[in-house]
Design a protein around this ligand. Structure first.
Ligand code: FAD
Length: 389
């Protein structure tokens, strides 16, 4: 699947900041679709952490996978029904076939599709200087380079965004967090896995909502016995307590992701106690058996995307609430349509500003509509600052 073909006469050079799913989608669209010479710069060193554990298969994901020759079912676990749990043990069932994949399954396939030397880790962007004809970018390790365009795919706390807009902290806490778990099914009691397999199981009460479904294993396997159980539990949580929750056992303070290996025994105990008190049986057991991690749910309002030679995509350009399961598909759509707007452009000629402006207007309108729907879904569950807890 790895494409080693490098265009001998690339129309332009693109530096992509952020090597998560949005950045990889942009790299593939610009390289495969337009023949551009792309370089991806990712801040993390070593293994990338899966921030968006489970991912719902959406049309934009399917389209990109199809273009790189991957059949969506090969990276998905098939669900057959939705099951709503109630505290008294009653359940409500509805047939609802759906395909579920995982952040790392997509990351591996997309990263493998790019050539080895265009993905550079341990590369934290520090500055961008634009001139008439190029952008100069500099990194924390001292590396500097010039490029024709920059794609800012550096997520919710985007450095690109803050450099371009001058606003250092655009992300606002929404009033609730997502406790999460992603466990190998073989590490959980078989009866629990059986209860949760092949279905999207949920539980909702004012101020909290929990969802669970199986996703491919860490190696991408979709074979029963080798998959993982993915769960998300949204809980209204006062901002005052967030600092403590986001401080790992190591003393590290995390901004937007508390990793499983560093959650303290006190935090773990508090989550398990809450689960024992407030969740129905299968979910209580699941939380207790999991290595819990956490993301505060944050809002970043829709942002200007076109800044001269720098274009923002994915969470860097604004977030949507996770309830619409569309953060990843939004980033993929941004990347595909950005490539469409740049089609036919060559470095040295004026940027197609009209097409880029239309891209910005279209993607921001789409984002506003998804964001509105996400806020409505949160409010319906009593989640967030303005919802009754
Ligand atoms: C609780 C929660 C649950 C979610 N669940 C889902 C889900 O089920 N399905 C779904 O589709 N989406 C989900 N999302 C959204 C999803 O995580 C993102 O919207 C999506 O993955 C797009 O991410 P991105 O590539 O834009 O940014 P990110 O995935 O955040 O990646 C940004 C990358 O940029 C790198 N970076 C940051 N700063 C720099 C810098 N200065 N220099 C270089 N690199 C840098 C980071 O290390 C990171 O790798 C969820 C989000 C949250 C908060």
């Amino acid at each position: 699947m790895r494409t080693h073909a490098v265009n001998a006469d690339p129309p332009f050079k693109a530096a992509i900041i952020g090597g998560s799913l949005g950045g990889l989608a942009a790299a593939i669209e610009l390289k495969d679709g337009l023949g551009a010479a792309v370089s991806v710069y990712e801040r993390s060193s070593g293994t990338m952490q899966a921030r968006g554990a489970g991912v719902v298969m959406q049309p934009e994901l399917d389209e990109l996978l199809h273009r790189i020759g991957v059949e969506k079912r090969s990276v998905c676990v098939q669900l057959e029904e939705r099951v709503a749990l109630q505290q008294d043990g009653q359940t409500h069932r509805q047939r609802a076939p759906q395909l579920m994949t995982a952040w790392d399954a997509l990351y591996k396939i997309m990263n493998a599709h790019l050539v080895d030397d265009c993905y550079r880790q341990d590369s934290e962007l520090l500055s961008i200087d634009q001139s008439e004809s190029f952008a100069a970018i500099a990194f924390a390790d001292g590396y500097e380079t010039n490029t024709d365009i920059v794609v800012g795919a550096d997520g919710v706390n985007s450095t690109c965004r803050s450099l371009l807009t001058g606003i250092a902290e655009a992300a606002r806490y929404t009033g609730y967090v997502a406790w999460r778990g992603l466990e190998d099914e073989r590490d959980l009691p078989p009866q629990l896995v059986n209860t949760l397999s092949e279905r999207f199981t949920s539980y909702m009460r004012p101020g909290m909502q929990m969802l669970c479904y199986l996703v491919p294993g860490a190696d991408g396997s979709t074979v029963p016995g080798e998959r993982r159980v993915n769960w998300v539990w949204y809980v209204n949580t006062h901002e005052a307590g967030l600092e403590t929750l986001m401080t790992g056992e190591s003393g590290t303070h995390y901004r937007s992701f508390l990793p499983p290996h560093d959650s303290s025994p006190e935090v773990r105990r508090a989550v398990v106690d809450l689960a024992q008190r407030d969740l129905p049986a299968p979910f209580r057991d699941l939380v207790e058996a999991s290595n819990v991690f956490m993301q505060p749910v944050q809002d970043v309002d829709v942002q200007p995307r076109v800044h001269g030679r720098v274009f923002l995509i994915g969470d860097a350009a604004g977030t949507v609430r996770p309830h619409t399961a569309s953060g990843t598909s939004k980033a993929f759509g941004d990347a595909a349509l950005l490539a469409g707007a740049l089609k036919g452009w060559r470095a040295g000629s004026p940027l197609p500003v009209d097409r880029l402006g239309s891209w910005e207007a279209l993607r921001n309108a789409e984002m506003l509509s998804i964001a509105k729907r996400g806020r409505q879904l949160a409010a319906h569950s009593g989640l967030g600052l303005n919802a009754a807890a």
